[in-house]
Write a protein of this length. Sequence first.
Lengths: 180, 277
Amino acid sequence: MEYKRIRLPLSNEDILGLRAGEAVLLSGELYTARDAAHKRLFAMLQGAQGAGLPQGWPLSAPCAIYYAGPCPAAPGEVIGPCGPTTSARMDVYTPAILSAGATALIGKGPRSPAVLAALRGRAVYFAVTGGAGMLIASSIKKVEMAAFPELGTEAIRRFIIEDMPAIVACDSAGGNLYAR
Amino acid sequence: MRIIQSEAIVSAVRDACIEACCCLPADVTCALEKARDQETGHARAVLEQLLENAALSATAMRPCCQDTGMAVVFADIGQEVHFKGDFNAAVNEGVSAGYHEGYLRKSVVSALSRENTGDNTPAILHIRLVPGDSLELTIAPKGFGSENMSRVYMLTPAQGKAGVLDAVVETALCAGACACPPGVVGVGIGGTMEAAALLAKRQLLRPLGRPSAEPELAEMEAEALERINQSNIGPMGLSGKTTALAVHMAQMPTHIAGLPVAVNMQCHACRHASRRL
């Protein structure tokens, strides 16, 4: 398997150039957010007055979002096992999150037609291997709390990663690896 | 009569929770190796990652998957056993201790408020009274990527065997990539709604790929597995020959009016550990 090295957040060239089926090694900055954090982010966006991002918006824009909730770190670990959760549960929130500046989404499994449409021209969805929690954790080099610490494993954390193996699952031109 | 102390139950449950989350059983890694040898491309790369992950996890005694599940506890209690202390409380104390001391993820929340219970309790406890004076505990941490994709069908008698097979295949195909394939498909046929569901879950504990002792069911298992693997969903939904490692079926008598079928999806991390007291 040949891997392309990719930086997060994605460059415009990568957003438009990556194609479904390409194997990549992801490095750079990402934020974790899963069910509970998405619900809160979505409520913030809905409650926002006027243009621009809501006050207190915890993500940079553009940014990469990883659907994951880690195990607690054992002594000596940067983080516990931290593989992806099922992306489809986030579908209902994803078009809004993309509008707020996410340009890369990372998770596992297929996305809804609405998400595929919202990716067009502006973002890429990567799949990482579900259940490979230890292997993926070994690519996470730095962790800090970014928002909602009271959500525990579902809090938003900022990671610095190096060479996380992933596959371009849905690209910005409508390519979809899960299409049958 | 034999007395079993609460403390013994607490430590057995604690240790089994940690072992189950960190050590993928050998029958599962063997099945993943066999699957890897048949695959190419992304499917092969995924299976190689899972095997490397399982080795890392067992060496470090850390969970192979961050979803360390709800703790499903099967307790076969010898009817000559007497418990000193509260048995249910001891099981939950063991789960709490295992998830804290093992740095496992606490994934249990109250259903509607979504507030985390903080220690992964309550356990889902299934008790059976059996002859004898010992206690057999099996802990099966159940992740919800796969649990979410499980189904119960209340078929009619007219739908028969063909209906059962269609239900099993339909569930596995609809689960697709979300259930973290290739895993195990547990099937409970007959009984009542909840009995079929529990029977299906118990099939996930069977040695992987050992056919049912009933020839009719063994044949149905093979047919369902073949149909599921012809789907080309493949490891993690990235196409390939292996969508399921095994289909395990069991049946029990049911009502003249019905044919319940429960299909419990299990991801590739088919985890369980047992202790005998």
